[in-house]
Structures are given as structure tokens and as C-alpha cells.
Design a binder for this molecule. Structure first.
Ligand SMILES: [Zn+2]
Length: 176
């Protein structure tokens, strides 16, 4: 007999992890990157790795918070699969990041604010719900501290328009 899976993390635990992800997002914003952050954690709430958006600093369009958190968790665990772990992201993951979460066999994905332009967890599409997909998330849930997560983005662009925010610029001056 196999052991039953550990219970799904409760709302308070997810909020605590989202606050960690928000701290990562704030660091990205201080560096002039669009403020997005992510944490990968065990179901009991112990964080394994963290990531923040660094596309400009690394000149890398794949350097989203979630991808960097997944890479770090794989490096630390010495495993290309992250079975049983949970990804918590301040923004709805894009198709690339949600696909990476599925490849990594993550247990669940939780996000804060919806992302109408890139979101692949329900806004534009739901990649995880494609029939026949090789891996199923146990749950995919948005709206955790959504107001704070969306507010961080809004405030970043408001300050940038006023010339107050640090502005990391690649050769094309793009951000994300
Ligand atoms: Zn992404």
C-alpha cells in the first residue's frame, strides 16, 4: 500500500507563502524588473526555493520568477522532478511557466493576480486542462492575496510613468 498524499495546504499557509513570493516580487521591482515573484514549497509550508523576474538583468526571456524557482529547487534537490511540491506565484503563470510546472511534476500551482495578457491558467487558456496532458496538477488556484499581487504591478508602472521607479533596460528597453 502506498501512503496517502499529505493533506492540501490550508489557506493561511498559502497566504504565508504568497507573502514570501511578494517579497521576491518587491526585490524584482527594486531592480527595475516587472515585480513578479515565486516560491516553491513543501505541502507543510517549508520553502524549498525562491525566484524573481530577472528577464532584463539576465537578458533572458525565460527568466521568469517561476522558471528560476523551479531551476533552483531542482538544483537543490538534485532532481529534475519536483513531485509533491507546490509552486506559489504572485501572478498567473504564462504558458511557458505552467508547462515547466507540469514537466517538473509539481503537485499544485497557486497564484495571486490574474494576468490577462499572458496568463495560461485560465485567463487566455488553461494549459493544465488540455485533454491527454501527461501530468495533472492536484489543484490550480488563483486569487491568493490577489489585491496585493496586482497592486505591486500597478504601483510599479505608476511609479515608472512618473519616472520614480528604477528602470532596468535591455538593449531594446523592454521589460517583460
Ligand atoms: Zn512565465
Amino acid at each position: 500500500m502506498t501512503d496517502p498524499p499529505p493533506p492540501a495546504p490550508h489557506a493561511g499557509l498559502l497566504e504565508g507563502l504568497m507573502r514570501e513570493a511578494l517579497r521576491e516580487a518587491a526585490r524584482a521591482g527594486e531592480e527595475g524588473e516587472v515585480p513578479a515573484g515565486a516560491v516553491i514549497a513543501r505541502p507543510d509550508g517549508l520553502p524549498v526555493s525562491r525566484g524573481r523576474n530577472r528577464v532584463v538583468a539576465l537578458s533572458d526571456p525565460t527568466a521568469h520568477a517561476e522558471i528560476l524557482a523551479i531551476r533552483e529547487a531542482c538544483r537543490l534537490t538534485g532532481n529534475y522532478r519536483l513531485e509533491g511540491l507546490i509552486l506559489v506565484s504572485t501572478l498567473e503563470p504564462c504558458a511557458m511557466c505552467l508547462s515547466a510546472a507540469l514537466h517538473a511534476r509539481l503537485r499544485a500551482v497557486v497564484f495571486g493576480a490574474p494576468e490577462p495578457k499572458w496568463g495560461a491558467a485560465g485567463s487566455l487558456m488553461d494549459i493544465s486542462a488540455v485533454p491527454g496532458m501527461n501530468h495533472r496538477l492536484e489543484f490550480l488556484e488563483g486569487g491568493v492575496l490577489a489585491g496585493e499581487c496586482a497592486g505591486a504591478i500597478r504601483e510599479f508602472f505608476r511609479r515608472r510613468r512618473k519616472g520614480e521607479a528604477p528602470c532596468a533596460q535591455g538593449p531594446q528597453g523592454g521589460t517583460r
